[in-house]
Design a protein. Structure first.
Length: 259
């Protein structure tokens, strides 16, 4: 426990000094407020810069709170997720490559504590960013489109936080297994690209962690997928597997650290 707390403090200070806990939540907030504001003022925007013919009437579809929160989630799952993965994909591999890991490995540390401390800080960063983004989206959604039931929103948010835990576990496991460039590529292929593939051909299967955020959104409309519980259990199993794999490879690749 002492090893974990010491390493957690170290990782948190490094993330704070590099302003990750500032600019990452700000990015998600911008992504979160973009869709409610853009959609609400779209007619005015097109009228001002669209160069539309005289007499042309433009009718925008009526949007509901779930439509806006779904659009914000898409922003988080594309731009936000890529930035988050790219930021954390070097958390372990970079220390091996620049020799910083050697200063840690010569001490009697636990590789379990090492990986768990990095995962805890990365997950905290991702969850704070996701909560901040959804808070910004919810504020303008309620202000411009209508109310959202608090209990349903909390369930949706909790579901997304579980997804963030999986994202960070997989990203750090890749960082423990490969060098920075390969880890980033592999993590992006598994997560953001995996989401894109699931959105295209995912109708052929229903049990998938890539559908977790979509299942969480269904709470807003008062529905729950019959595969929601099974997907939660599968996600937890994958998180545990990714964490164990990350710990194993963090220890196995310790010898590759530069001196």
């Amino acid at each position: 426990m002492n090893n974990f707390l010491t390493l957690f403090t170290k990782e948190f200070r490094e993330a704070w000094r590099s302003l990750k806990f500032v600019w990452m939540p700000l990015l998600f907030i911008v992504l979160g407020i973009m869709d409610p504001l853009t959609n609400y003022f779209m007619e005015d925007i097109l009228g001002a810069v669209g160069n539309l013919p005289e007499g042309f009437m433009l009718t925008m579809p009526e949007l509901h709170p779930i439509d806006i929160l779904s659009a914000s989630t898409s922003q988080f799952q594309s731009i936000g997720l890529v930035v988050l993965v790219a930021t954390m994909a070097s958390a372990i591999s970079r220390e091996r490559q620049n020799g910083m890991a050697t200063l840690l490995y010569v001490r009697p540390i636990s590789f379990t504590a090492l990986f768990m401390s990095k995962w805890a800080v990365a997950s905290l960063l991702g969850i704070i960013s996701g909560v901040a983004g959804y808070a910004g989206s919810l504020y303008y959604t309620v202000l411009l489109y209508g109310s959202v039931e608090a209990g349903a929103f909390i369930k949706m948010l909790g579901t997304y936080c579980l997804w963030i835990l999986l994202v960070m576990a997989v990203t750090l496991a890749c960082s423990a297994m490969f060098n920075t460039a390969v880890a980033m590529t592999f993590a992006i292929l598994l997560l953001p690209v995996g989401l894109m593939i699931d959105s295209i051909i995912g109708s052929f299967w229903s049990l998938s962690p890539w559908k977790l955020s979509a299942y969480g959104l269904q709470f807003i409309s008062g529905k729950t997928s019959e595969y929601y519980t099974e997907t939660l259990f599968l996600t937890v199993i994958l998180i545990i597997a990714a964490v164990l794999l990350g710990i194993l490879y963090a220890k196995r690749n310790a010898a590759t650290a530069k001196i």
